[in-house]
Design a protein around this ligand. Structure first.
Ligand code: HEC
Length: 203
């Protein structure tokens, strides 16, 4: 009988956990979260003491998106298990995991609902030095590419600032360099492959 009760309780627990994941934002979930934070964190991180400049009690666990930066800080400390400070009562391992996954799930959901990738990197060509290193790393050929590619102009002391543009003329130089280097890599330094005119596709 006791076994059946345990089994049923376990299934209910699993069922609730699954539903909790599916529904995410349930009030019970937020209460449980607040309960844990209250027990282990609010003693120091309250609006009066504000230990470490942080009042967790004034954050709203139901809307992590409103203070996502602060919640991210909480996640970092919880992940590192560095809060509460050593020697003070802390959640057990499963308590940490439950709390973390609850906050992280909400943070992920909030981030997905409001994507902000910032400024994405544009493709750019390699500088001459980068090209040389790439060829050395990929093909094991250490060649002086100064004869193959024009030098990179520097801007504000950096030579990779002005490499965004790839003019058709420059592309031709890169293609010619690639031809030469691939011949070297294959050991056919003398034999030229048939000439192609690739540039039309790019202009
Ligand atoms: C005994 C008091 C005490 C308790 C309890 C406590 N903290 Fe802290 N917390 C501090 C102090 C003091 C600092 C500032 C020093 C430091 O950063 O280690 C701090 C710093 C932090 C920071 C860094 C703030 C920042 O600027 O990035 C976070 C996040 C944090 N605590 C989260 C928590 C969480 C979550 C709990 C509960 C699981 C908790 N703390 C429990 C005292 C406490």
């Amino acid at each position: 009988m006791a076994l059946i009760v345990v089994c049923v309780a376990r299934y209910i627990a699993i069922f609730t956990a699954v539903c909790g994941i599916a529904l995410g934002q349930s009030a019970a979930d937020h209460n449980a979260r607040r309960e844990t934070l209250n027990r282990y964190c609010f003693g120091c991180h309250n609006s009066n003491l504000k230990s470490g400049g942080l009042a967790i009690d004034s954050l709203d666990p139901a809307h992590v998106d409103r203070q996502s930066d602060t919640w991210e800080r909480v996640v970092r400390r919880l992940t590192a298990r560095s809060m509460p400070p050593t020697g003070l009562p802390r959640p057990d391992e499963s308590g940490y995991r439950t709390l973390l996954s609850a906050i992280e799930t909400d943070l992920d959901r909030a981030a997905a609902a409001n994507l902000n990738p910032g400024r994405t990197d544009t493709f750019r060509r390699l500088t001459r030095a980068e090209y040389r290193n790439a060829v050395r790393d990929l093909l094991a050929i250490d060649t002086d590419v100064t004869a193959l590619l024009p030098s990179d102009e520097s801007s504000h002391g950096f030579d990779n600032v002005t490499v965004g543009n790839l003019s058709p003329a420059l592309l031709e130089r890169y293609l010619a360099a690639a031809e030469k280097l691939s011949r070297l890599a294959l050991g056919h330094a003398g034999r030229a492959p048939p000439r192609r005119s690739m540039h039309r596709a790019y202009v």
